[in-house]
Design a protein around this ligand. Structure first.
Ligand code: 5GP
Length: 188
């Protein structure tokens, strides 16, 4: 897939609880000409989430249809649900000269790299697994079973961090946020 010399694609990944969601929001607020691609997911909305804002919440049937229609740039099965990025959304923004930010899991990021080799892959790492567990527990958004699943997935994701172009350790939010912003601005 070619995207001529238009916008640039940035992909951030990191375990659940690494703070990548907060870093993403800060980057979108701080960096000019950077837009977010809203993913599709089959998971249920959490309290406060709205369809079309955090995600497009769709059924498994619709997700499977969209896979068959080849609509996804990438998709993956994460924590027992499907998540995917619509190809048309990303291409439209890149062609309009926008830089696009995806916040997706490791499997998805590696699929993006296969298709768009110029994509910049950034891994957000927690200072440690212990700290990650503490943050996830403080969030009170997951059941114990889901939390365990997220922690076990975190170890698997961390093992793949060297496949990324850049690693940012999110120990202090302000520092990590500045690093991410500088990185995106310098890679434009
Ligand atoms: P959450 O359910 O906590 O919002 O997200 C769970 C995981 O799914 C996170 O690691 C997030 O980065 C990942 N994710 C969100 N959207 C996508 C997507 O479009 N594709 C892939 N591969 N992963 C996604």
């Amino acid at each position: 897939m070619s995207n001529k010399k238009n916008g640039k694609l940035f992909v951030i990944s990191g375990p659940s609880g690494s703070g990548k969601g907060t870093l993403r929001e800060k980057a979108l607020a701080d960096v000019k000409n950077l837009v977010y691609s809203i993913s599709c997911t089959t998971r249920q909305p959490r309290e406060g989430e709205t369809d079309g804002v955090q995600y497009r919440f769709i059924s498994r049937e619709k997700f499977k249809e969209d896979i068959e229609k080849n609509l996804f740039l990438e998709y993956a099965h994460v924590h027992s649900d499907f998540y995917g990025t619509l190809k048309a959304d990303v291409i439209k923004e890149l062609n309009a000269g926008k830089n696009v930010l995806l916040e997706i899991d490791v499997q998805g990021a590696l699929q993006v790299r296969e298709k768009i080799s110029e994509a910049v892959l950034i891994f957000i790492a927690p200072p440690s697994i212990k700290e990650l567990e503490r943050r996830l527990r403080d969030r009170h958004t997951e059941t114990e079973e889901n939390l365990k699943l997220r922690l076990s997935n975190a170890s698997k994701e961390l093992a793949l961090k060297d496949k990324y172009d850049f690693i940012i350790v999110n120990d202090d939010l302000e520092t990590a946020s500045r690093e991410l912003r500088n990185l995106i601005e310098n890679e434009h």
